[in-house]
Design a protein around this ligand. Structure first.
Ligand code: NAD
Length: 323
């Protein structure tokens, strides 16, 4: 079975591919990674010379290349995206190009070549901010940043390809991921690397924004359950079960790095900052047996240790593009 995985030189996709390649079952898939290697992707995230892995350096909006790759593909897991909200606030063009046009290019090619399942990896941010309770999959979409608007658009295109053409599309919407190899512009690696360098950390506003944290291991297991056991045309929320305000998260990161609150310098809030995201993942639990397994305290300690032990991965020039 040939699996095309887009964006797998980045944080989550590379973790997913390393997990797939670690197994040696006779039916283990051959994996082709398509990645543009933007600032967020690096070949160093993937194993070298693995007999079941091919890497193609290219853009998901390149219709000719995508068509050629799709002709030899059985299934798709689509991670490639512009993924950082702050960058989308500075300029939304790349987000529309990659997240919307790129997804449509992949969907059209998958349809032409009879490829499926096509797992489209999305985000809890498409539901917008929810002050109380948790969103089930039929909650109205109310994205509020250019990033989440582009992801919601791609979700709708994916569902339209299922409804109109019968393409076997399955969508996952997950909460905030953490773990090793996340580019140090997202809050956990940004704060950890700054603390390891002896610098201050910059929480937004008053730090009361709440996010649900999901270990990348758990997310990748959820994505694969959807690929192997999900139903066509369905959306599955994947949550982590650890809700924290950014202030509480900051406290945990300070403690993990042996630093005090004197290393905290609050900055002006992000424009249009959503207060809270929360997904109800009981559908994935009841249908697929999904359940987050990684305990947050242990997962966070291991993540901090990884950044401490792998400075070559994040120190300049690699992190020169981070906030
Ligand atoms: P990332 O930014 O670490 O990696 C994105 C990858 O996509 C990079 O390797 C980049 O080179 C590649 N890419 C970007 N544009 C491309 C293009 N035009 N063509 C081909 N490749 C391209 O992202 P991530 O954090 O690993 O997120 C993966 C997916 O999960 C994204 O779709 C994102 O929206 C979604 N997601 C992430 C989180 C999170 O907490 N990180 C939460 C919810 C959903």
């Amino acid at each position: 079975m040939n699996l095309l995985v887009t964006g797998a030189a980045g944080f989550i996709g590379s973790h997913y591919v390393r997990t797939l390649l670690a197994g040696d079952a006779p039916d283990a898939p051959r994996v082709t990674v398509l990645d543009k290697l933007t600032y967020a992707g690096t070949l160093g995230n993937l194993p070298t010379g693995h007999p079941r892995l091919d890497f193609v350096h290219g853009d998901i909006t390149d219709a000719g290349l995508v068509d050629k790759l799709m002709s030899g593909t059985d299934q798709v897991v689509h991670f490639a995206a512009e993924s950082h909200v702050d960058r989308s606030i500075e300029g939304a063009g790349e987000f529309v190009r990659t997240n919307v046009l790129g997804t449509q290019t992949l969907l059209d090619a998958a349809l032409r070549h009879g490829v499926g399942p096509f797992v489209h990896v999305s985000t809890d941010e498409v539901y917008g901010s929810v002050e109380t309770g948790s969103c089930t999959e039929d909650h109205p979409l109310a994205p509020s940043s250019p990033y989440s608007a582009s992801k919601a658009s791609s979700d709708l295109l994916a569902l339209a390809h299922h409804h109109t053409h019968g393409l076997d599309v399955r969508i996952t919407r997950c909460s905030n991921n953490y773990g090793p190899r996340q580019f140090p512009e997202k809050v956990i690696p940004l704060f950890v690397t700054r603390l390891l360098e002896g610098r201050t950390v910059p929480p937004y506003g008053d730090g009361r924004h709440v996010r649900d944290w999901l270990h990348v291991d758990d997310h990748c297991r959820g994505v694969d359950l959807v690929r192997t056991h999900g139903r066509p045309g369905e959306v599955y929320n994947i949550g982590g079960g650890t809700e924290l305000s950014n202030r509480d998260l900051t406290g945990l990161l300070l403690e993990a790095c042996g630093a005090g609150w004197d290393r905290v310098a609050y900055v002006a809030d992000r424009k249009g900052h959503d207060l809270r995201y929360s997904v109800d993942w009981s559908k994935a639990r009841d249908e697929l047996g999904y359940r987050p397994r990684r305990d947050f305290t242990t997962g966070l300690a291991e993540t901090v240790a990884w950044y401490r032990d792998n400075r070559h991965w994040w120190e300049p020039p690699r992190r020169s593009d981070a906030r």
